[in-house]
Design a protein around this ligand. Structure first.
Ligand SMILES: C[S@@+](CC[C@H](N)C(=O)[O-])C[C@H]1O[C@@H](n2cnc3c(N)ncnc32)[C@H](O)[C@@H]1O
Length: 190
């Protein structure tokens, strides 16, 4: 093990204990891997995760989610940057010491939900969304893939765009389970 993500404050930090206490042999999914920082935190800090899959397309993007909720994008990336991020993701995972418990899929999240059976995952960490529309679509596409009793964890909840998408999704699907919010993360048990 060359890298210590267990003690890093990565974006997934506020649900690490929750996932770590959720039971044995968990099958998990992260949407939006980027440099695999949260991905490696999950693998190293949650030995109860039997297998973690991550999906990313590593294509240039513009992110419209802002914690200050001011107008305009929060950041954009280019092709060269994404190539390095993709390399870093594989590099971090390889030297995390936990690669054997993981699978990385390079592809568009919108194309891949159909390739997974419903109720496949004990938890999904949703961290790819960049707009309200993307968030609503990903919630609709991926929520069925979570087991009953499983966890849905959504990042960027400080953005009003994500709050609106999550609220609408829960209302449209009559989801009444308590939702906890902390540290720009929302989470509920399906
Ligand atoms: C905020 S970053 C993820 C950060 C990562 N979860 C972490 O905490 O270390 C968002 C990632 O989502 C990916 N992404 C965004 N939209 C996507 C899509 N439609 N399909 C695949 N990947 C996507 C981007 O390439 C980017 O790497």
């Amino acid at each position: 093990m060359n890298y210590d993500f267990k003690n890093s404050l990565t974006d997934v930090r506020s649900v690490v204990h929750l996932i770590g206490m959720h039971g044995d042999d968990l099958i998990g999914l992260e949407l939006g891997v980027d440099r695999a920082q949260s991905f490696c935190t999950l693998l190293q800090a949650c030995p109860n995760i039997k297998h973690l899959t991550g999906i990313d397309n590593w294509q240039p993007y513009t992110d419209y989610l802002r914690e200050d909720n001011e107008p305009g994008p929060s950041n954009s990336t280019g092709e060269a940057e994404m190539e390095i991020f993709e390399f870093m993701a594989h590099h971090h995972i390889r030297f995390s010491g936990e690669e054997h418990r993981s699978t990385i899929i390079k592809g568009n999240i919108e194309d891949l939900a159909i390739t997974f059976p419903n109720e496949r995952f004990d938890f999904i960490f949703m961290d790819a969304w960049m707009t309200y529309e993307q968030a609503l679509k990903e919630l609709n596409d991926w929520y069925p893939k979570i087991k009953y009793g499983g966890l849905i964890c959504g990042h960027d909840y400080k953005s009003h765009l994500i709050q609106r998408a999550v609220e609408e999704f829960r209302e449209q699907n009559n989801i009444t389970q308590h939702m906890s919010v902390y540290d720009s993360m929302c989470v509920w048990k399906k």
